[in-house]
Write a new protein. Structure first.
Lengths: 334, 288
């Protein structure tokens, strides 16, 4: 992360040098001028950095620290914290079958995203990277679901997935009536239904991201490969895909972090049910910490969830993103 | 001479490939458009139907077209409450994030002081704190601060969580403005803050637009934090309102469809107007 800083630093202007040399030349009393300039710079820095630091420390860092503190107590959310229980909340979480299932559900979503969404996104991006008529319209349409909130997406799909609703009707119309399930009520199916909804919502983002990556690949490379006798598949596999590497690695990062935090769609469509068959770590956290008024236990889950994301992010940056552009992680949307 | 011969030979395989691939691409494009658009059309068109029509044939067209559902949504004050709350919160959060982020970005890019990189590092760590993970602790903290049921209680944390991205995008952009421009401004008698206000900010407009779009869209679509902070339905934001409306009127599918359709309008409209900015902002922010 600091690499990005130093890089921009070097390219950045020697800002201080400017103010050091220019005004002093015109002034007589060098010493007092410099002292007051130092004081002035300090004042300016306080004014410029103060608000964002207060906001950041007060509302991003403080809650997590407080959560870590709460998580060591048995607390109903009201009155003073008196019942110190150490790491009991963490033990309870990891030993509880529901939270274990929640972790597994998150991992299933992570796995499915990588195995299903990534290949589809790459294939579609490659296909759509041609000079098609109406390409800008296509970009617009593909990206539209990503602009809608997860809440609206969830409601749309709830309505379509109603028994005998649009989805069932479409299955029947193509002769697949036998494949109809209780999409949101069958404990064996519901998680995969939610995955389809997540895919509908987020795949456009991946396609647009990959299309942007493909624009950085000069078409001459494919022509050169064809000249050397490569089949289209070979030139795609050995020329285009490696050049898409950085984009794909960033997509994987965003996808995994997003999959670990899935909440809105799950909460609105199933509340994690039926019988906890679609609980995720985040929905478990809100269920216990908010709905069931166990804030200290929920805080422990929040700390665990954060730790998992944090460890993944650091490890991924260390091992996968390192070779990409400087401090790729620092360029990422959270 | 040989080059002239080579060209027509080369063209043939190149030209042959696209025709097969292109028709496949069109097919894929149609499938993708269908999968994307059908759910949206289902909602919009469904809003023009009655519940009886929907129950008889979920995939059918309205017959006759009914305006009642849409009229009842638009004349429903709840919808306008949600919309106004969403706008207020998103505007506040965006303004705070962009204003404070620009100031911090300026300090971190064009001042030299001890601890600058450490401070920047601190902000970048914030990229790893997604709001959804911190929501529960944040809720407890906001309760202690007495900010529940308040617009600020959502806007301030959202701005705080947008700051890392804002600063990470703005700092390199501001650092890249040539120092000669600053020299010239100083020679003309501008203070550093004058340079920031009159020259650097206007020059940073593209990056400022990007971070503003990011902050606005994030706030607009947020569900979890408003869910925890607001209990009174008149304070609800649009995502919260849509989800609640769906639960409340689960028997009245047509009305829910109309309500959802109308709720999509601001986001899709904004997207249509500012498509380039939004797509460029959201993907560009990732690609750096």
């Amino acid at each position: 992360m600091s690499e990005a800083g130093t890089v921009t630093d070097r390219s950045g202007p020697p800002a201080d040098g400017v103010t050091d040399s220019a005004p002093t030349a015109g002034r007589t009393g060098v010493r007092p001028a410099r002292r007051s300039r130092g004081a002035r710079q300090r004042l300016e820095l306080v004014v410029l950095l103060g608000p964002s630091l207060v906001l950041f420390v007060g509302f991003v860092l403080a809650p997590m620290v407080i959560a870590a503190y709460y998580s060591l107590y048995n607390w109903s959310g009201f009155g003073p914290l008196t019942d110190f229980i150490g790491i009991q909340n963490y033990k309870d979480a990891f030993n509880g079958p529901v939270f274990q299932h929640a972790i597994v559900h998150n991992l299933i979503i992570v796995g499915l995203s990588l195995v299903v969404q990534l290949p589809i996104s790459i294939a579609l991006a490659l296909l759509l990277n041609r000079r098609l008529r109406g390409r800008s319209f296509l970009r617009l349409v593909v990206f539209a679901p990503y602009v809608l909130s997860e809440a609206i997406t969830a409601v749309i799909w709830l309505l379509m997935l109603q028994p005998d609703g649009l989805v069932d009707q479409m299955f029947k119309s193509v002769g697949l009536g036998g494949a109809i399930q209780q999409w949101l009520a069958n404990t064996n199916v519901v998680l995969y239904t939610l995955f389809v909804v997540l895919t509908w919502k987020f795949i456009g983002f991946g396609i647009i991201l990959l299309l942007a990556g493909l624009q950085g690949v000069p078409p001459e490379l494919r022509e050169a490969a064809a000249l050397d006798g490569a089949t289209p598949w070979q030139s795609t596999r050995h020329v285009i895909l490696p050049l898409l590497g950085p984009t794909i690695r960033i997509w994987i990062f965003l996808s995994v972090i997003g999959s670990l935090q899935v909440f809105d769609i799950v909460w609105i469509m199933t509340l994690g049910g039926p019988a906890d068959s679609s609980t995720t770590m985040a929905s478990y956290m809100i269920d216990h910490g908010f709905k069931r008024l166990e804030p200290s236990y929920g805080s422990a889950v929040a700390v665990i969830l954060f730790a998992i994301c944090f460890v993944f992010a650091l490890a991924y940056q260390r091992f996968a993103l390192r070779r990409d552009t400087d401090g790729a992680l620092t360029r990422m949307v959270g | 001479m040989s080059a002239g011969v080579a060209t027509p030979v080369r063209v043939q395989p190149v030209r042959k490939r696209p025709t097969a691939g292109t028709s496949l691409a069109y097919l894929a494009a149609i499938v993708v458009i269908g999968i994307t658009v059908v759910p949206l059309l289902f909602v919009v068109v469904g809003g023009f139907r009655t519940n009886a029509q929907i129950n008889n044939d979920p995939a059918g067209l309205p017959h006759p077209w009914i305006l009642d559902n849409y009229i009842s949504v638009i004349t429903n004050s709840a919808f306008w409450d949600f919309l106004r709350n969403s706008v207020e919160i998103a505007v506040l959060a965006t303004a705070l994030a962009v204003a404070f982020g620009a100031m911090a970005g300026f300090a971190l890019s064009r001042y030299r002081f001890r601890g600058r990189e450490a401070l920047y590092g601190l902000f970048t760590v914030g990229l790893l704190f997604p709001l959804s993970v911190a929501a529960l602790p944040l809720f407890l903290w906001l309760r202690d601060l007495g900010l529940l049921e308040s617009t600020w209680g959502v806007a301030i944390p959202e701005a705080a969580f947008s700051l890392p991205v804002t600063i990470v995008i703005l700092r390199p952009f501001m650092a890249a403005v040539p120092s000669e421009i600053e020299d010239a401004a100083v020679l003309d008698g501008a203070t550093r803050l004058g340079f920031f206000w009159r020259i650097l900010l206007p020059l940073s407009m593209p990056a400022l637009t990007t971070v503003a779009v990011l902050a606005f869209v994030t706030s607009w679509n947020a569900y979890l934090l408003p869910l925890l902070v607001f209990n009174d339905p008149t304070h609800f934001t649009l995502p919260l309102g849509v989800a609640t409306f769906q639960t409340q009127y689960s028997q009245d599918t047509a009305k829910v469809l109309a309500f959802t359709a109308v709720s999509m309008v601001p986001a899709l409209g904004f997207f249509l107007i500012a498509e380039r900015r939004i797509v460029g902002g959201l993907t560009g922010a990732v690609k750096g």
